[in-house]
Structure formats: structure tokens, C-alpha cells
Design a protein around this ligand. Structure first.
Ligand code: GLU
Length: 306
């Protein structure tokens, strides 16, 4: 296994100068695109690591898994379908036009910004000021790490420059998809804090392990139902890497969710935990070298499931 990780690391390292670090959230622009890491956990819970596996970065869009899970557990799938779909997107993760053109003007899926914002608003309605803690707690269970917290500097940076996300939230308020009883700043703060949670690649590999093991986390605790694990893996496969999801499925061949912080978490069925980190992104918002790292591991271990 360690040899396989070494090979993947060396292959991905050749592309370190290709990715572009996201700077539309200024604080993210400070990351070094030469930081690369990968962690694999095998069926016997043996952990294999390479690169900066304990370096902490912001989880960003990968938090959308926890947000959607909390809504699934609170409202159930049939109820959520009134607010957010499960369709792949051909538009960027913060697209406004997609929201305008979609059926009943509801976000097409929960793994793009509009979808996660409406999901956060549903949680805000139920949990009020505790909303972020509910999401953070779910992330702690998934990663099996009770020491997770958010970065105040990334949160503030994101909040200050949240022009597009605010536009999406306002549009959904104007179409009554988000309840007007809610305070826009409150539910957006819960969303931005969730995106600013700091994780390591090891944390994400443990999250991958829990999703792959049908909801049993690394310590053996049941943290989501079998059925919800299946729903999340399906969404990862179809919508997890933004408008690149089709090509990602073809090339890398495993369900995955990426974030603009540079992390990618994958999922399997009763097999592994696997995650990677490298903050240089491709034009869709996926880690450029992270995808190459995963491609190499997936080739070597014959993981492609399609
Ligand atoms: N916090 C980011 C945003 O809302 C998340 C985007 C992402 O990782 O896809 O723009």
C-alpha cells in the first residue's frame, strides 16, 4: 500500500505547477499549491499516509455532505425534494443562471452552493442558533475527531466576500424557497462556518471510511444510517465534483466530493477510506493534483467501479 501511495504522490507531484489556488475567498489564496497529501485506510483499519497528511485546511464544499445528512435526518428525503433536487449540474458551483432556469427554481442538487444554502436554511429553521453546532457535530462523528473547529479568519474572509452566495440566498428568498422568517445573515453564517471547518487529510480519509462502511465510523460507532450512506455515495458519484462529475466518474471511477480548499473525499462499498489534499485547483474547483493522485491509486488498486 505504501508503495502505491508513493507512486501516486510522485505522479501527482509532476503537476504541482498546474493547479490554481482559489483566491475569491482571500484567506484561501494564502495556501501553498505545493502541499500535497494522501491517506488510505484499509479494511483492517490500517492507515497509510503520504505527504502533509496532518496539515489542516478548510473543508469547504465537503461540509455539504454533513449539511445534507443533517437535513436528511431531520426532514427525510421526500420532504427535502421540495427544496433541492438530485440532478447533476453542467454549471459552475455558484451559478445563478442555473437556479433561475431550474425546475420550480429550486437548486438542482445539495452539493452546489445554492443547494447547501437552502439545506442550511432548513436546519436553521429547526435548530436556530445551534445550527452550526449540529453540522459540526455531524462532521466530528464522520471524521471520528471531536476536536474539529472552524477557522475564524477563513470564516470572516468568506463572509466579507460572499457576494455570489448572498445573491443566491436572496434569489431563493425572493422565490419563497427559503423561508422569509429567517435572518439571511444567520443562516449564511452557519453555512460559512461549516465551509471554514479545519480538517486534515487523515480526517477526510476517516470520513471516507465511514461513508464506505455504510455509516460505521473508524471507532466503530454508527454515525449515519445504511440508507443515508447509500444516498450520499450516489450524490457523490453524480454531483460530487461539480460540473466535472461525469468526467471524474469516467477517469477516476469512484464516488467523491471535493472542496475549493483542495480536499477530496472518496467513498467505496465496504472497502477503503481514501482522501487527498492539494490546494491548486482545476477550472471546475477540483484539486488538480489530488485528482491525479486518486487516479493513480484507483488504477493500481483496481478501484474503478463503473
Ligand atoms: N465556501 C465555498 C463557497 O461557498 C464553498 C465552495 C466549494 O468548495 O465548492 O463558495
Amino acid at each position: 500500500m505504501q508503495e502505491i501511495l508513493k507512486r501516486a504522490y510522485s505522479y501527482a507531484s509532476d503537476y504541482l505547477d498546474q493547479g490554481i489556488v482559489a483566491d475569491y475567498i482571500p484567506e484561501l489564496g494564502k495556501e501553498d499549491r505545493n502541499n500535497l497529501a494522501g491517506v488510505l485506510i484499509d479494511k483492517d483499519k490500517e492507515i497509510y499516509k503520504i505527504g502533509l497528511h496532518d496539515y489542516k485546511f478548510s473543508i469547504q464544499s465537503i461540509s455539504k455532505i454533513a449539511i445534507y445528512l443533517c437535513v436528511l435526518e431531520t426532514c427525510g428525503f421526500e420532504e427535502i425534494k421540495r427544496y433541492v433536487g438530485v440532478k447533476p449540474t453542467s454549471k459552475p458551483f455558484n451559478s445563478i443562471i442555473e437556479l433561475e432556469l431550474s425546475n420550480k427554481r429550486i437548486p438542482v442538487n445539495p452539493f452546489i452552493n445554492a443547494g447547501a444554502i437552502v439545506c442550511t436554511s432548513l436546519l436553521q429553521k429547526k435548530y436556530g442558533k445551534d445550527t452550526f453546532d449540529v453540522i459540526l457535530n455531524k462532521l466530528m462523528l464522520l471524521t471520528d475527531n471531536e476536536n474539529l473547529d472552524y477557522s475564524n479568519s477563513i470564516f470572516n474572509s468568506e463572509k466579507k466576500t460572499s457576494y455570489a452566495n448572498r445573491a443566491l440566498a436572496n434569489l431563493m428568498l425572493s422565490h419563497n424557497i427559503i423561508s422569509r422568517e429567517l435572518d439571511i445573515d444567520e443562516f449564511l453564517d452557519s453555512y460559512f462556518k461549516s465551509c471554514s471547518v479545519m480538517v486534515s487529510t487523515l480526517d477526510l480519509a476517516k470520513m471516507s471510511y465511514a461513508l464506505s462502511e455504510d455509516g460505521i465510523n473508524y471507532s466503530g460507532k454508527s454515525v449515519l444510517s445504511f440508507e443515508n450512506a447509500r444516498i450520499i455515495r450516489t450524490l457523490m458519484a453524480t454531483c460530487g465534483t461539480y460540473d466535472y462529475s461525469g468526467e471524474f466518474a469516467m477517469r477516476i471511477g469512484v464516488p467523491a466530493k471535493s472542496g475549493v480548499g483542495g480536499g477530496i473525499v472518496t467513498a467505496f462499498i465496504n472497502k477503503f477510506g481514501l482522501a487527498t489534499y492539494c490546494p491548486g485547483l482545476d477550472s471546475h474547483g477540483n484539486s488538480y493534483c489530488g485528482m491525479r493522485f486518486l487516479n493513480s491509486v484507483s488504477d493500481d488498486l483496481n478501484l474503478k467501479i463503473y
